[in-house]
Design a protein around this ligand. Sequence first.
Ligand SMILES: [Zn+2]
Length: 69
Amino acid sequence: MNEKMRTVLCPNCGKSVVWSTANTYRPFCSQRCKMIDLGAWASEDYNLPAKEDQPLSAEMNSIQHQSVG
Ligand SMILES: [Zn+2]
């Protein structure tokens, strides 16, 4: 009864997928499902404002200041 083949459900379409190293797209059933899922949260990323640049450069300045001073 010990089957080494494990199956998972594709997070995108719910299809059962064999979990193996041969399956590049695991846990997805196909490249298409993988791209759709990645695209879903990648597009959320684009909605974030680019405010993070300012505190980061301010931090860099203080670090430079310390090393100089
Ligand atoms: Zn799928």
